[in-house]
Structure formats: structure tokens, C-alpha cells
Ligand binder design. Sequence first.
Ligand SMILES: [Fe+2]
Ligand SMILES: [Fe+2]
Length: 146
Amino acid sequence: MNILTLLKKDHEVVQHLLAELHESSNKAIKTRRKLLETLKQELTLHEEIEETIFYPPLKHHSKTKDLILESYEEHHVVDLILAELDDLETNDERWKAKLSVLKENITHHIREEEKELFPKVKEVLNHDDLEKMGHEMQQKKASHGS
Ligand SMILES: [Fe+2]
Ligand SMILES: [Fe+2]
């Protein structure tokens, strides 16, 4: 399967989890922990797949290089906020504020990938490349049991 389709599916899962977290109440301590744990696993694997399979060849094309460099930095910021959120008690008064900032950062990054990067990817990589990467992504996911 085309890697762009698979990445978009991941993005949907992540956005759904963020929406659920956003709607959760201060008292739903277990729910928040569980959702956050799932989000962490999804994001970690997604970032790893992008950074090892998807981004490297795109860094070598002038049309995509700048967006790829920016994407690595955006992953880094998301990881930092996520780690901070993970360290906070889920009923801390800053929890929701930090989650909102995480959500904004992830939403911005996903939008940039889908609206700016993916169209350029279609110009620099051919269908076979995208299918091959999709296959690699599926293998990596299978080896992680998801
Ligand atoms: Fe990304
Ligand atoms: Fe992504």
C-alpha cells in the first residue's frame, strides 16, 4: 500500500486520540493515563517510521528538503511537550493547557505534512517508491505488534 495512505491513517488515529483526551475530565485519571499511553505509542512509532523510512530519501530532493528539516524539528518539539505532559499528574491544573499546546503542535504538523509535503512528495517520488515504503512501514508496524 502507498505510504502516504498509511501515514494519513495514522494521523487520523492520533487526532482521534487527541480529541478524546481533550474531552476527558479532570476526574478521569485512569482514562487519561490509558489514552496518553496509547497516544505515546502511536506517535513514537509514527515518528520512527517517518524518520527512518519516509524522510531520509526526501531530504535529498531540493523540493522537499526544507520541509523535511522542519519536520524533524516539529517531531522534536512534540516529543518534549509529550514528555512534560507525561510527567504531570493528570489532575494538575496545567494538564489541559499542556495538552492543548500539544494538540495544536501535532495538528499543525499533520496539516503541513498532508497539505504541503505530500503533494511535493508525489512530484519527487514515483508510485513504486511509495508502495515500497508502504510495505516497509507495514513490516515495521507488524514487528511492533500493531
Ligand atoms: Fe511527522
Ligand atoms: Fe506524520
